[in-house]
Each structure stands twice: as structure tokens, then as C-alpha cells.
Design a protein. Structure first.
Length: 423
């Protein structure tokens, strides 16, 4: 059986990765997040409770699973401790932070808000959690890693950083209390110290000894800094390549890549959305699917299934299987649509163009399929699904070129159809 599996989003995030990862985490010795920060948001239903997490991996509720926030992440230590505290008796002392991950400070959040304000009408639509500025500091080699955050030399390092940040904020008429921040973060560092480990060494040793590792992606491929709909993207690599660079596990040691995809499309924030639905069907799907952002509460934009986008995700992430989520939300629609190609100024294309201007000009070409009226939320196998729902899944497989190995028909873990065991 495969020892390593990446679970990632194939659209613009919010695909239901949390449920799928949690479902599979019982089979994993380790669950590893490898990019992003608390801009991620996943909802997990466990023991009749709904948990909304932003930083903690989806294996946190399994006491036998070790959960790691990998080196590719930017982590707000205060938010991390808040999430740990919120779990109370459900926390099993099984979450750790890579010593190579970068610390996200309060001033990163301030800078994020200022950047969005400066962009005005051209804003990206970030969560304003400080993710972009933290990654910018990492790229500029001025960021602080957790290895240094918990070290005796942190005060000297942080003093220099605060001096530089104060100048940047002063140009916007803002001030920060450096002494208060220093005192606060020294306390945070002391409390976070037991969580910080050499994750790169531990993960490689674990893999060499036969342990199973599940990599949990945040956001989605179309928000990837390199392969997404730039500039309306996040600041990290959320495609499969990010799992290697964000964990320290070599690419040739990764066995399977499971792409999570909604049975329809959604997007939060700014940017083109080729299959966006503009009529009342969008509101119907939004309410039935509870399509509001976990991190922001913003209503998600709704669209039809975009076969071009998911095929593109297959290409850049090497998908070996798909998990289709929220199929039950489409019950009751007379017809459903799948986008099979784009038309760009009279030319038919089957990929996402690099230029955002070109992407904005793309028009969807649809295949229309008959819908189904039946409630499918209690289906236990593929054969339990109505014929039209089965046909819809089979068309997704044909159009994307990826086998559908899992189907989710409701929020609970029991509402999951396994068609193939991949981990």
C-alpha cells in the first residue's frame, strides 16, 4: 500500500479538503500541512460537533496521528495557541511546528491591510491575515523562523526587525509599541517552545521506517502563486510540488496525489471566474451548500463544474485520483453543466492562459446533462446513486482524465463513498 499521499484542492479552495483529509487521516501516522497559514479554513464534522480550523491539520482529532505544520508555512503563533486552547479535552498533544517554518507577526496583518487599501479597485481580495507580507519577508530573507523565535538571540533579532517595520508603518502614519510587542512575543515564544521540532529530519526518518504520511494542502491549485490565476492568487505553492518543498520529503518519495473537487465551482474574492452562474441557480446552490467562507464569512461565488480548470490541475499536480465533494447539493436540478473548453476571441482552448487579461476574456463551452431529483445523502456505494448522478461522475472522469476514487454526499464522515483504496 502507498506510504505517501497528497490531498490538495483543484479549484480555488473550499473544495472540502478538510473532510476528505480527516476521513483518510485514520490511516496515516503523520498529517502534514505544507503551505499557507491561518488564511486556510476547513470545516470538520467529528462526533456530532462541527469544528472550524484555520491552522491545525485535519488529523488533530486522531490521537494516533502526529500532525505537523511544515516548513513551507507562515504561522501566526498566537492564532496557533488559540486553536489549541479551543479544542480543550479533544486535543491529544499531537500537533507540532517545523523549526524551519516562518513566524507571522501582528505587523504582517497590518501590512496586509495597507497593501489591499493601496491597490484600491485592483485589490486581490486577501483574507488580510498577513500571509502575503510574511511570505514577502521570507523571500527577502528578513523573516524570522521558529528555530530563532524560541532561541536566546530572538530579542536582538526582533529588535532589528521592529526598527525596520516601524519605519515602513510610519510612512503610512501608523505606530507600533515595540516594547509591548517584544514583551508579548517573548511570552508567546516561551509557550510555543514545546511544539517546535526538527520536522524535516523526523518526517524522513518516519518514512524510512515505513510510516505513512498524508500531506494536506490548503487553498487550491488555481490559487497557486506560480500556476494560479495570477495576480489573484495566494502567496504560496498549493499545487503538488509545494508538498515536497514545504515538508522536506523528496518529490520521488510521493506516491499518490488526490485532487479534491466540488461537483460545481466556487470562488471567494476577486478575479475572473469563467463558469460563474449569474441567475437564481447560484443562490440555490449557495444556500444548499452553505457556501460562505470559513475564514471570512464572505458569500462564495458559484459556477458550473470547470473541466478545463480541473484538467489543468491534473497536469500541474500529476493527479492520480479525484475526490468529488458536495454531489448531494446538485440534487433537485433539472439539468447540470460541465465546461469542456473555453473560447478565447474566437479560438477554442483547453487550458488556463497565463495572462489574466486573456483569462478574463474566456467564455465557457458547456456540455449539458440531465440532473437528478433524488436525495443521495444516504448513498453508500456508487450503484446507490441515480443513473444521472452516475453519468455525471463518469463524464467528469472522461473530461478530466482522472478516475473519481471518492465521492462525498454529505458533511458527515459516514456520507462518503469509496470507489478505490489509494492510501
Amino acid at each position: 500500500m502507498n506510504k505517501t499521499l497528497i490531498v490538495l484542492g483543484t479549484q480555488w479552495g473550499d473544495e472540502g479538503k478538510g473532510k476528505i483529509t480527516h476521513f483518510l487521516s485514520d490511516r496515516a501516522d503523520y498529517v502534514v500541512r505544507f503551505q499557507g497559514g491561518d488564511n486556510a479554513g476547513h470545516t470538520i464534522r467529528f462526533q456530532n460537533k462541527t469544528h472550524k480550523l484555520h491552522l491545525l491539520p485535519s488529523g488533530v482529532f486522531n490521537p494516533e496521528t502526529k500532525n505537523i505544520l511544515g516548513n513551507g508555512m507562515v504561522i501566526n503563533p498566537k492564532k496557533f495557541l488559540e486553536e489549541i486552547d479551543s479544542l480543550k479535552e479533544e486535543y491529544h498533544n499531537n500537533v507540532f511546528i517545523s523549526d524551519r517554518a516562518h513566524v507571522l507577526f501582528d505587523y504582517h496583518r497590518l501590512l496586509d491591510g495597507l497593501n489591499e487599501e493601496k491597490l484600491g479597485a485592483g485589490k486581490i481580495g486577501t483574507t488580510k491575515r498577513g500571509i502575503g507580507p510574511a511570505y514577502a519577508d521570507k523571500a527577502a530573507r528578513t523573516g524570522i523562523r521558529f528555530a530563532d523565535f524560541i532561541a536566546p538571540h530572538f530579542p536582538k533579532l526582533f529588535s532589528k526587525t521592529l526598527s525596520e517595520v516601524s519605519q515602513r508603518l510610519a510612512s503610512h502614519g501608523l505606530e507600533i509599541d515595540g516594547a509591548a510587542l517584544m514583551e508579548e512575543y517573548l511570552g508567546v515564544a516561551e509557550r510555543i517552545k514545546p511544539f517546535v521540532i526538527d520536522s524535516v529530519g523526523e518526517l524522513n526518518e518516519a518514512l524510512a521506517s515505513g510510516k505513512k504520511i498524508l500531506f494536506e494542502g490548503a487553498q487550491g491549485t488555481l490559487l497557486d502563486i506560480d500556476f494560479g490565476t495570477y495576480p489573484y492568487v495566494t502567496s504560496s505553492n498549493c499545487s503538488a510540488g509545494g508538498a515536497a518543498t514545504g515538508s522536506g520529503i523528496a518529490p520521488n518519495k510521493i506516491s499518490e496525489v488526490l485532487g479534491v473537487v466540488k461537483a460545481y465551482g466556487t470562488r471567494v474574492g476577486e478575479g475572473a471566474f469563467v463558469t460563474e452562474i449569474k441567475d437564481g441557480i447560484a443562490e440555490c446552490i449557495r444556500e444548499k451548500g452553505n457556501e460562505y467562507g470559513t475564514s471570512t464569512g464572505r458569500p462564495r461565488r458559484i459556477g458550473w463544474f470547470d473541466g478545463v480548470a480541473v484538467s489543468y490541475s491534473r497536469m500541474v499536480s500529476g493527479l492520480t485520483g479525484l475526490a468529488v465533494t458536495l454531489l448531494d447539493v446538485l440534487s433537485g436540478l433539472e439539468t447540470v453543466k460541465i465546461c469542456t473548453a473555453y473560447e478565447l476571441r474566437g479560438k477554442i482552448i483547453h487550458t488556463i492562459p497565463a495572462s489574466i487579461r486573456d483569462f478574463e476574456d474566456c467564455k465557457p463551452l458547456y456540455e449539458e446533462l440531465p440532473g437528478w431529483m433524488e436525495d443521495i445523502s444516504q448513498a453508500k456505494s456508487f450503484s446507490d446513486l441515480p443513473a444521472n448522478a452516475q453519468n455525471y461522475i463518469e463524464r467528469i472522469e472522461k473530461i478530466t482524465g482522472v478516475p473519481v476514487v471518492m465521492i462525498s454526499v454529505g458533511p458527515d464522515q459516514t456520507q462518503t463513498i469509496m470507489r478505490k483504496n489509494i492510501f
